[in-house]
Every structure is written in C-alpha cells, then in structure tokens.
Design a protein around this ligand. Structure first.
Ligand SMILES: Nc1ncnc2c1ncn2[C@@H]1O[C@H](COP(=O)(O)OP(=O)(O)OP(=O)(O)O)[C@@H](O)[C@H]1O
Length: 540
C-alpha cells in the first residue's frame, strides 16, 4: 500500500521546494529586521528606511507563496489518500471469489475505516509534516549560522539528540497501534454480527449477553487508546524538556556572545526570533516520526490481508460456448471432506438440466465448480475442447447468468437493479419484466421502474427479489443460465410460469438446482441429474 501512497511523492517534493522558498523569505525578513535594528542602534536613518522597505516587500511576497504551500498540502493529501484507497479496492477485486468468500468481510470493513484513517492521520500527514518542518529547520539553522556559525553547531547537535530520543521512545507505539488495529477488527466483526442478528438477539432474550460482550470489547479498545495516549504524552513531555533546554541554552549562548562583543543587538534578537523557527519544526519532527513509525505494523496487516492466493494462470480466450461443459473424472474436496469422487457428466449447449439430490449432497458445489469459484481437486472440467481452468474468467462469465436464492439488491432504482448498470433497450427491459412476472410489481407503484429499493431490498418481498434476479438473468442474454434454488421463495403458480419461460429459451443451456420440482414442468428438461454419494447419476 505504501507504493500507492508514494504516487503522491512528486507533489510532496514540489511542496518541499515551495516550503524552502517560504521559509527562506521568512528568514530574509528576520535578517532585514536584524539589520533595521542595528541601523537604529547606529542611528543610520537611510539604512533603516532601506531595510524596512526590503522587509515589507518580502512580507508581501510571503502571502502568495504561503497560500501555494497550503494548496499543495491539500493536493498531496488528497492524491495520497485516493491512491491508497484505489489500490485497496483494486487488490480486493483482484482476489478470487472463493478466497474472498472464505474470509471474514469485517476485516475489510475495519481496515478500510480504522486502519486507512490511521494511516491518513499518522503516515500521510506525518510525511508532509516531517518534510516541511525539516525544510523549516534547515532554513532556520542557516539563518542563525549567518550571524553565528557556532550557534549552528549547537542547534544541530541538540536537534539530532531530540530526534533520536523521539524515535527510540516511539518504538513501543508501533506494537500498541498494531494491537489496537486487531481489536478494531474483532470489534467491527462483532458489530456486524449483532446488527445482522438483531431480531434473533431480541426474540431470544440475548440482550444482556450482547450488552456485556459489547461493553468488554469497547472497554478493551478504549484501554488500548488510553495506553497509546499515555505513551504519546511521555514522548511529548520529553520533547518539551529537550526544546526548553535547547531554547535556553541557545539564548544563554547568544547573550554570552553579545557580552563578548561577537554579536550585535540585532543578532541576539535574530537568534531569539529564529529559535522558535528551529524549535517548533524540531518539536513537530520528533512528534511525527514516532507516528510514522507506528504505521509500519498497520501497513503490514493491510498488505497481508491483500495477498492474493496463488492461482492458475488463464490463457484461453472464448467468445461463445459451442458444444458443452463436461465434468471428466472430477473429484473435489473441501479441506479433508471429499464431496465429489471421479464423477462424469455433461451439460450440452442449449439443453435444459434439473439437478436434484439430498441436502449436503454436493449440488451447490457442482455449481461452484461450474462457475469457476474452485477448480477440481482431480480430473477436469471441459469447456468445448478447452480445460475450463485455462479459460479467462472475464470471457467465461459473460456467457453465464446466475440466478440465486440470495439476491443482492443495490440501494438504487428498480431499473438500475434490473439492468445492473448496463444499457438495454426499452423493449428488452419490458420483455424481461413480463417473462419474470414483474409486470404487476412495476405497474403497481406510482414511480414504476424509478422506484427506489433500499438496504438490500428491505422494502420488497423475497419473491420480488427472486423475480428481479430472474429478470437480470434474462436481460443478460447469457447462453447458460444457472438457477440455484431460485424458485424457493415464489408461490408455485408464479414459479411454474417463470420456470416454463426459462425452459422455452432457445439455444440457452439451463442448469436448475432445485428442491422445488413440478410434475408439469419436469418433462421440459432434457436430463435430470441426481447428486448423491459423491457422484452424479443421470435419471433417464
Ligand atoms: N466452503 C465449504 N467449506 C467446507 N465444507 C463445505 C463448504 N461448502 C460446503 N461444504 C460441505 O460440502 C458438502 C456439500 O455441500 P453443498 O453445499 O454442495 O451441498 P448441497 O447439495 O448444495 O446442499 P443443500 O441442498 O443443503 O444446499 C456439505 O457436507 C457441506 O457441509
């Protein structure tokens, strides 16, 4: 993820140059001021007037450059955060479906919210502050060196010491930030679970247990936050002590030089004035360095989360399915459990298949293999004369329409939910609506296709969701339609009608896994497969 953030480095470099300009102008103002004061002490009115003029000119020049620096800061931060988030999303969508499904999605939510905002506050802001304050510090030191080179050495030694102390003290922060990030992951996972199970918790009187668990988890996070704040306070206190020592040390040193006649009054004022310009950046640098360091563990956690499982390299492009999808001596196991053993069967182009079998027999597993979520443990799935494993997913998925019982509804209009953000003609949409039995549903609402669907379809019924999924499948004009218990939430009259519509589709292979079997439509299938005892049997 760091690499993505580094895309904003050119902006940071430009900001660093503008920073040098701003701080140099500021330094020149101090020098003009010193000269003006020395002109007063030597009663030189002409020189005083000239230095005041120079001072005013520089002060005016400072306004646009300071504004430019503020603008660049905003640009850099925006670019860094946007690239980090874009990289994050790209890496997630690069993952295989099966890998993603085997992980807890709460991890992703927690990383995208807590960890990314932590990186923004500590790392992205930190890099900017360290770079800009380093420029400020360097210019401050040069300005002081202009009147007293020895003061430069004293300043540098003290500055270096302060930074080393901060970095060493900041070490434990990294470990605690990592722990806090872990706590947040569990916490997000827990919140996700209890919000999803709200009705189960209420109806089973589990409120007290949930309240107690919630309290314990919240307290653990707050305790960790408190510990981190305490460490930050210790670091700040040590830094303040260092800064005070440095300020008074330099002050005493410049007064000593003035007494010895090696420094003018203007010079003492310049050093005192510029001390803040050295101290403040030093304080900032030593405050931000531990924060930058503490992000290391979080980066590691995010990068581990985004690691893609090693996958087979796909090489075959297709633009149609011309013959069949055939399972040849296919075996498949989840970890230790074997679900299919050396099984052979075919789904031919344009034919209709009903797949039945006992619960846990392996029906969904066959569909997952067919959808390329997994590859067989042994044997191969043939697509025409290719091994399905070698075929590009993007090409293959264009040929498939999946209609499942669990239908996801986007928080958007009915139209967008039907078309899934693709372009279809009005006639195509109308035909899909009719075939999916959605006509009354669309016409029965004053806003028709423009009605809004909310929160994964909370404002529509399970049957309506299923019909939306069916309409989506029909609109796709896919050559293979896979139905996974798609009729389970529909009343039998509607289900029979839709099943018949789908079975009437010419040139479309239909694979219907269903517990709901209608005698009236059974005859329309070319084959019925029974999946049991790790094997697939043709019933005809
Ligand atoms: N991701 C998984 N990890 C481990 N085992 C799994 C996984 N998915 C399914 N199984 C196991 O594999 C077997 C076959 O499951 P599958 O979901 O294919 O059956 P099914 O015939 O579709 O069942 P049902 O009709 O109940 O939906 C079951 O014993 C199940 O517990």
């Amino acid at each position: 993820m760091k690499k993505a953030i580094f895309k904003a480095i050119p902006l940071l470099v430009i900001a660093a140059f503008i920073g040098i300009l701003v701080f140099s102008v500021d330094g020149l103002i101090s020098i003009e001021m010193m000269k003006a004061i020395d002109a007063v002490t030597s009663q030189n009115k002409v020189a005083f007037g000239e230095h005041i003029k120079g001072l005013l000119f520089l002060a005016i020049f400072l306004v646009p450059t300071t504004l430019l620096l503020a603008y660049l800061k905003g640009k850099y931060k925006k670019k860094a955060i946007v690239s980090a988030k874009r990289y994050y999303m790209e890496q997630i969508f690069d993952k295989e479906i099966n890998q993603f499904q085997s992980e807890n999605t709460a991890m992703y939510i927690s990383t995208l919210t807590n960890d990314v905002s932590n990186i923004e506050m500590n790392y992205i802001d930190g890099l900017y502050e360290v770079v800009i304050n380093t420029m400020n510090f360097i210019v401050g030191i040069i300005v002081i060196a202009y009147v007293s080179p020895i003061a430069l050495v004293v300043g540098l030694v003290l500055g270096l010491l302060g930074t080393v102390i901060s970095v060493v003290m900041g070490k434990p922060l990294q470990k605690h930030q990592e722990h806090r990030s872990e706590f947040y992951k569990d916490y997000t996972s827990y919140i996700k679970e209890f919000l999803s199970a709200f009705h189960i918790i209420k109806s089973n009187n589990l409120n007290d247990k949930v309240r107690k668990d919630f309290f314990n988890k919240s307290e653990a996070i707050q305790e960790k936050g408190y510990l981190i704040d305490r460490i930050v306070s210790y670091i700040s206190a040590t830094q303040n002590f260092m800064m005070m020592t440095m300020m008074y040390g330099l002050l005493a040193f410049s007064v000593f030089m003035a007494i010895k006649g090696n420094l003018t009054l203007g010079g003492v004022i310049l050093i005192v004035n510029n001390m803040e310009k050295i101290m403040f950046p030093l304080m900032q640098i030593s405050e931000w360095l531990p924060k930058i360091q503490s992000s290391k563990g979080i980066f590691k956690r995010i990068d581990n989360l985004l690691i893609k499982a090693v996958e087979h390299v796909e090489t075959v492009e297709i633009d149609a399915i011309n013959e069949a999808i055939g399972f040849e001596d296919v075996s498949f196991s989840y970890d230790v459990q074997e679900v299919l053993s050396h099984t052979n069967f075919n789904f031919e182009k344009g034919k209709k298949y009903l797949v039945i079998g006992p619960s846990g027999g392996g029906k969904s597993t066959v569909l997952k293999l067919m959808r390329k979520y997994f590859n067989p443990t042994e044997g191969k799935i043939r697509l025409d004369h290719y091994n399905l494993k070698d075929v590009f997913k993007e090409d293959y998925f264009l040929q498939l329409a999946n209609i499942e019982q669990q239908v996801f509804i986007f928080e958007d209009t009915l139209l967008n939910n039907l078309c899934l953000y693709k372009e279809y003609s009005a006639e195509e949409i109308e035909l899909a609506i009719i075939k999916a039995g959605l006509t009354d549903f669309v016409e029965g609402h004053p806003q028709g296709l423009e009605r809004m669907l909310y929160d994964n379809g909370k404002n529509i019924s399970g049957g309506e969701k299923s019909r939306i999924a069916i309409a989506r499948g029909l609109l796709q004009h896919a050559k293979v339609i896979i139905l996974d218990e798609a009729f389970a939430s529909l009343d039998s009259a509607i289900a029979k009608n839709i099943e018949k519509t789908i079975l009437d589709l010419d040139e479309v292979m239909v694979v219907n896994v269903s517990h709901v079997i209608f005698e009236e439509t059974k005859a329309y299938y070319d084959e019925i497969y029974m999946i049991k005892n790790k094997n697939v049997y043709a019933m005809s």
